[in-house]
Design a protein around this ligand. Structure first.
Ligand code: TEU
Length: 589
């Protein structure tokens, strides 16, 4: 069947992206076409038909720009060039064409809170205090303690452990970086810097046919530039979490509106999804995603990714026990906050910054892995909002084996926490912190999402004919696309069916109102979706033992789908990790 004949999200509809399924590709780990061990864009192009057959409408490509790769491309040294290991600008143009040929779209990752320290802009800025680009970044003089020791301008702790300030010997000042020292923060208060960002990072790619962006750290561009110290919340440390000093700053909505007006709106139907951190108030979120705000199409709410993490930034990778009511509260909040508004929401449970959902929220034990993956699929496809799927989620990929050593972990964030813990142990500050951090990384590390995609059972899972930059999962012979494509009972086949069902029941599943049932139950997650006369009941067992739900909820409904083929509608008993969807009859479009 020719690509053009294949049905996708209806084009030309109002806000086409609301009904789209968006699939995130982490370029380094998706498909390597030339055997250098790195995924690349020609490899991704080869897989566009696979993504289309899955039911993907939009590909979100994580950063593929030129970069020293300290943060796997989230440190951009040239927005207008492609990392040679990934390919060329022409390859991206070919990818746009291939996606469009299948009625699909392509969005890129917009990393504009910071550049790489190797970006020409920063190289000029750091060259001298009077360089015209000096203030395109944040430079501040040192402070001194009572003993005359030089100290950073503030006590801020960065995301990757350590201070957010690095000393520059050449110009005798510190520069700000919320992330790695190789990721200096751009000063959005400088109008010339903003204009250059719009030209180089945004228009350059929209001019090449890209359909939109996932906007990295979208609410961190406006800092409190008087740089007050953060409150002391960790008395044993000089550096303190300071997220409130840079999230939702005084000019953030002005900046995002300007970017919308000047760089996005002129291109028409451009979709944007912002990565919104530390914004618990739904009313504030609407200031970003309300259609009338004209800033962003939608945002990710990161708190589902924080389930099981330590409360503080310093303890992020100290694994915490979590209860299902925590997930229910988070999901309910972001499923319902747009009702009656002109805003829109998103649904995701995996991305490149988080451990695998089967391992984190259900069970990757051999006897439960597939049912867990399908149960989570049932939850996700019935969620209101634009649905995001992360590479490998469709085949039930799981976290790296717990016996892998720290040497197999490559991510700057997790390694920063591990190194900090080693230092704390060495200093006698906290003797078992290193083991606790390692235990947390085995579940929560960003690395788990970055193992090579598992295509088949040939060496390296068919990802590369070379040696991959990151170790391939030991279970790839069991968990891979080719094995599942031929199996009607596989996780992959289930996801394909579910994504099709989501489109068939789009009014109910994508646009319906969400109502939680039985909040206090710590074993099952049950909710109703409704739209006009249409109703769906979703019942999910998040445990490895049999659980009950109240059969009366399903009165008058028929079983639409279960991840247990032998389920019967009469049974109010759910097997381990069983999920079901019931609907009222004739409630499709
Ligand atoms: O992440 C933003 C961020 O703050 C991350 O630390 C995230 O909150 C955390 O890992 C928990 O999910 C974005 C990118 O997604 C991430 O990969 C980059 O490292 C970061 O920005 C810097 O660009």
């Amino acid at each position: 069947m020719s690509p053009s004949a294949i049905q996708t999200v209806p084009t030309g509809t109002n806000n086409w992206w609301k009904e789209a399924t968006i699939y995130q590709v982490y370029p380094a780990s998706f498909k390597d076409s030339n055997g250098d061990g790195w995924g690349d864009i020609p490899g991704l192009i080869e897989k566009v038909p696979y993504l289309h057959s899955l039911g993907v409408d939009v590909v979100w490509l994580s950063p593929m720009y030129e970069s020293p790769m300290h943060d796997m491309g989230y440190d951009v040294s040239d927005y207008e060039k492609v990392l040679p290991a990934y390919g060329t600008v022409a390859d991206v143009e070919n990818l746009v064409e291939e996606c469009h040929k299948y009625g699909m779209r392509l969005i890129l990752d917009l990393v504009i809170n910071h550049t790489s320290d190797q970006h020409q802009w920063f190289q000029e800025s750091r060259s001298s205090r009077d360089n015209p680009k000096r203030d395109w970044y944040f430079w501040r003089p040192p402070r001194y303690d009572d003993e005359g020791n030089r100290m950073p301008p503030t006590n801020y702790r960065g995301y990757f452990a350590g201070s957010t300030w690095t000393w520059d010997e050449h110009t005798q000042e510190y520069y700000l970086h919320l992330y790695a020292k190789e990721q200096p923060d751009l000063n959005w208060d400088h109008p010339d810097a903003r204009k250059a960002i719009y030209d180089s990072a945004v228009r350059f790619w929209l001019d090449r046919g890209v359909d939109g962006f996932r906007v990295d750290t979208v609410n961190k561009y406006s800092k409190y530039t008087d740089f007050p110290d953060a409150p002391i919340t960790d008395p044993k440390s000089y550096i303190q979490p300071a997220i409130g000093m840079w999230c939702n700053g005084p000019r953030i909505h002005e900046f995002l509106r300007e970017m919308y007006d000047e760089a996005l709106a002129p291109y028409g139907d451009v979709v944007t999804v912002g990565e919104l951190a530390n914004t618990p108030d739904p009313g504030h979120v609407l200031q970003y995603v309300g259609a009338s705000a004209q800033q962003l199409s939608m945002v990710f709410h990161l708190d589902i990714g924080h389930i099981g993490m330590g409360e503080s930034l310093e303890d992020k990778y100290i694994l915490q026990p979590w209860r299902l009511t925590e997930m229910k509260s988070i999901v309910t909040k972001w499923q319902t906050f747009v009702e009656g508004t002109d805003g829109w929401t998103t649904a995701f449970c995996e991305n490149h910054d988080n451990g695998r959902s089967v391992s984190r929220f259900a069970s990757d034990a051999p006897e439960f892995r597939e049912r867990s993956a399908k149960m989570l699929a049932l939850m996700m496809v019935t969620m209101t909002g634009t649905l995001f799927l992360y590479q490998g989620q469709e085949i039930g990929m799981i976290n790296a084996p717990r016996d892998w050593s720290i040497e197999e972990y490559k991510d700057i964030e997790g390694l920063g926490y591990h190194r900090e813990a080693q230092n704390q142990v060495a200093r006698g500050v906290d003797p078992n912190r290193q083991e606790r951090i390692m235990d947390g990384l085995r579940t929560l590390a960003r690395d788990h999402a970055r193992l090579p995609m598992q295509w088949d059972d040939t060496p390296q899972a068919g990802f590369s004919e070379g040696i991959p930059w990151m170790r391939t999962h030991d279970l790839y012979p069991e968990i891979n696309v080719r094995r599942q494509e031929g199996d009607p009972d596989s996780v992959l086949s289930f996801w394909k069916t579910m994504l099709h069902l989501r489109k068939e029941y789009r009014e109910l599943f994508i646009h319906g109102a969400f109502d939680l049932l039985d909040y206090e139950n710590q074993q099952t997650f049950c909710f109703v979706k409704s739209r006009g006369e249409s109703r769906a009941l979703v019942v999910l067992n998040f445990t490895e033992t049999e659980q009950c739900f109240q059969a009366k909820w399903a009165t008058g409904m028929r079983l639409l789908v279960s991840n247990y083929p032998e389920s019967g509608v009469a049974s109010e008993r759910l097997g381990p990790y069983e999920g079901r969807i019931y609907v009222f009859d004739n409630c499709t479009e």
